[in-house]
Design a protein around this ligand. Structure first.
Ligand SMILES: [Zn+2]
Length: 247
């Protein structure tokens, strides 16, 4: 082959190669854009526009329920509440806390009533004034008479269908992700219960009150002090919330 012909062939192949590369690259971009639009498969971070009020029960002078060692419900509630706030903020949700430190809320209420009622009134107002999609009230259970009683309970106001749906989705997620996957427990299950609590009855928005375990039960108490349990729990609650917001 002459030297001149050799260079012509090389030049043609280079041109072909460059053209093929450009076509491949454009095709790949188009495929990625279509896939992304239709299925979100390339999004590892989902973003939701939910607005959630998190209400860690008790606080300040009101310790809530407790055990003999000085473990207080108010501290567990706040700890779980702040963890839940973090995972929801990671999803770009808007989060409002009724309290984010160790305080009671009676000073934020103007009604003339007992400290306890004013505290609850302030929580109700924070929920109602913020127009949230949902609210989550966090508590710890106790049963001195039945120390064997254990497990997470999710309360909703009986006539609120949306609250019941939210309770159901959170309950399912907790059973799957906390009891089955994280703790590998088949004997304990979360359950939903209709409840006529002030915070569920007096608020205008769907919401649930989650009793995150029994402080009076030796196994639950250990879990309530365990970081990995609380992290699995807030992730499971988050999943339930997302399922609710999707519908
Ligand atoms: Zn409580």
């Amino acid at each position: 082959m002459s030297r001149k012909l050799y260079f012509i062939i090389i030049r043609i192949n280079k041109k072909k190669l460059a053209a093929s590369c450009i076509i491949c690259f454009i095709s790949l971009i188009i495929v990625l854009l279509i896939a992304n639009k239709n299925t979100n498969v390339f999004n590892t971070n989902y973003h939701y526009n939910g607005k959630i009020v998190i209400d860690p029960g008790h606080g300040g002078v009101d310790g809530g329920t407790s055990d003999k060692s000085g473990l207080l419900e108010k501290d567990i509630n706040l700890n779980i509440g702040l963890k839940l706030k973090k995972v929801l903020l990671d999803d770009n949700m808007k989060v409002i806390m009724t309290r984010d430190k160790d305080i009671s809320l009676e000073n934020k209420s103007k009604i003339k009533a007992s400290r306890y009622k004013r505290d609850l009134d302030a929580r109700k107002r924070i929920i109602n004034d913020n127009n949230p999609d949902i609210f989550i009230s966090i508590h710890v259970n106790a049963s001195v008479k039945a120390r064997k009683a254990r497990g997470i309970q999710i309360y909703y106001y009986p006539s609120s269908e949306d609250s019941e749906r939210l309770a159901h989705l959170i309950c399912e997620s907790i059973n799957q992700n906390v009891y089955q996957k994280h703790l590998k427990l088949s004997t304990v299950k979360a359950r939903i219960i209709p409840g006529d609590y002030f915070i569920l009855r007096e608020t205008k928005y769907p919401g649930v009150l989650i009793e995150t375990g029994f402080i009076t039960n030796v196994y639950d108490k250990k879990l309530l002090m365990d970081k990995s349990y609380k992290e699995a729990l807030v992730k499971a609650i988050r999943k339930g919330i997302i399922e609710y917001l999707k519908m």
